[in-house]
Design a protein around this ligand. Structure first.
Ligand code: FE2
Length: 387
């Protein structure tokens, strides 16, 4: 029987080339607008900010976006926003900019502190309009109820999950991704693919989400290398934006699993970017997981263009090898050793990953401490093996 599902999404998603121009329309009833913008994209947003000012609105712009944002970066942002007292908040950029904007939107009024909202369902409400504009394809953060912070003292990523983090409007305009460097395109693209794969093979997978997840996987596998070869290929960029949006829509209702949980310590301790962390670990966690959901991993393999084997097991493993081939072709490191992570860090990383229970609990195969250590060790040496 099909399980019940709650699907909370933004009330408007503007998708497609040129959709950035709809931003002023979505702020027509607001007067004090705070923009948090990734600095490299500010010049693209400037004409829209001028348009808003000309129409009589008061605008405050910050480019204080810190990658893989630590708790302290959020605290620094909150004080000026509190003084400004906006009625709309707009986050423009990659996952870090959008996550910070989402958190600012629920915390600037001072009713709750950051530590109060870490976890699931802890945010008490949001009093301002929230708009996200994604410039990568991508984290999917423009449509999710999730924001992730780095606790630098605990060396851990911490998630805030709440329906109040879901933006009112999400703008996905692939024109904004045309100037992305190849390395960012590769890392964020593999992150998006990981969202789709981890949702499709998830213990809590659902038919509504399966359709988005498998099509997102297909779109990303078919277009990521095209975007790396030619960043200004708008057709490929648009397909990537769609695949990434599908991946983002998977995150609220189903979410990710062991790849993301095991990637967190790489970011928290060694400052490896979220996309690269996921990309390096993805084939090793997939190889471990295959027996937990063989049929669905075989579906994934065929969606990404891997060869059909004589049974699901062979097909699914061909998919693992194909993932590695795609990420390698995109210039992403293939092992923890390549990322200069010492082998001696594995026991601590394995312990930290198991603490991310909100994601580990979704994994199609239970990951014990010894399993996490074994997966990290294989990833350290860059050896993909059939289990
Ligand atoms: Fe992710």
């Amino acid at each position: 029987m099909i399980a019940p599902l709650t699907l909370n999404v933004p009330s408007c998603i503007e998708f497609g080339s040129g959709k950035l121009s709809t931003l002023p329309f979505h702020l027509k009833n607001q007067n004090r607008i705070f923009f948090l913008v990734d600095a490299p994209i500010l010049a693209r947003i400037d004409p829209l900010i001028s348009e808003l000012k000309k129409s009589g609105k008061t605008v405050l712009v910050s480019t204080e976006v810190v990658p893989e944002p630590p708790l302290e970066a959020l605290e620094i942002l909150l004080a000026p926003v509190r003084a400004f007292s906006p009625d709309a908040i707009v986050g423009v950029g990659g996952g870090s900019a959008m996550d910070l904007a989402k958190l600012v939107s629920v915390l600037f009024d001072g009713k709750q502190k950051t530590q109060d909202v870490i976890g699931i369902g802890k945010v008490s409400g949001r009093g301002v309009r929230l708009v996200t504009v994604t410039t990568t394809a991508g984290t999917g953060s423009e449509v999710t109820p999730i924001a992730v912070l780095t606790d630098t003292q605990a060396k851990l990523k911490k998630g805030v999950v709440s329906q109040y983090l879901i933006p009112d409007v999400a703008i996905v305009d692939p024109n904004l991704t045309l100037s992305l460097p190849a390395a960012v395109t590769a890392a964020t693209g593999m992150d998006a693919m990981t969202h789709c794969i981890e949702a499709y093979t998830n213990k809590h997978a659902h038919p509504i989400i399966d359709n988005l997840a498998i099509e997102g996987t297909r779109l990303i596998a078919a277009n990521l290398e095209r975007c790396i070869r030619n960043g200004s290929d708008l057709d490929a960029r648009t397909s990537m934006a769609l695949g990434s949006l599908y991946g983002g829509l998977c995150l609220g209702p189903v979410n990710t699993a062991a790849v993301h949980a095991m990637a967190y310590p790489l970011g928290g301790t060694f400052k490896v970017s979220h996309g690269v962390s996921n990309s390096v670990l993805l084939p090793f966690v997939m190889a471990f997981n295959l027996s937990g959901n063989l049929k669905k991993y075989a579906d994934i393999a065929l969606a990404i263009g891997a060869a059909k084997g004589h049974d699901d097991e062979e097909t699914a493993f061909n998919g693992v090898l194909k993932i590695r081939q795609i990420s390698n072709a995109c210039g992403i490191p293939q092992s923890l050793k390549d990322l200069n992570i010492p082998e001696s860090a594995i026991p601590e990383m394995a312990k930290a990953a198991l603490l991310v229970t909100r994601l580990m609990d979704n994994n199609p195969r239970k990951v014990e401490l010894k399993d996490a250590e074994a997966i990290y060790l294989k990833a350290y040496h860059g050896r993909v093996e059939r289990e």
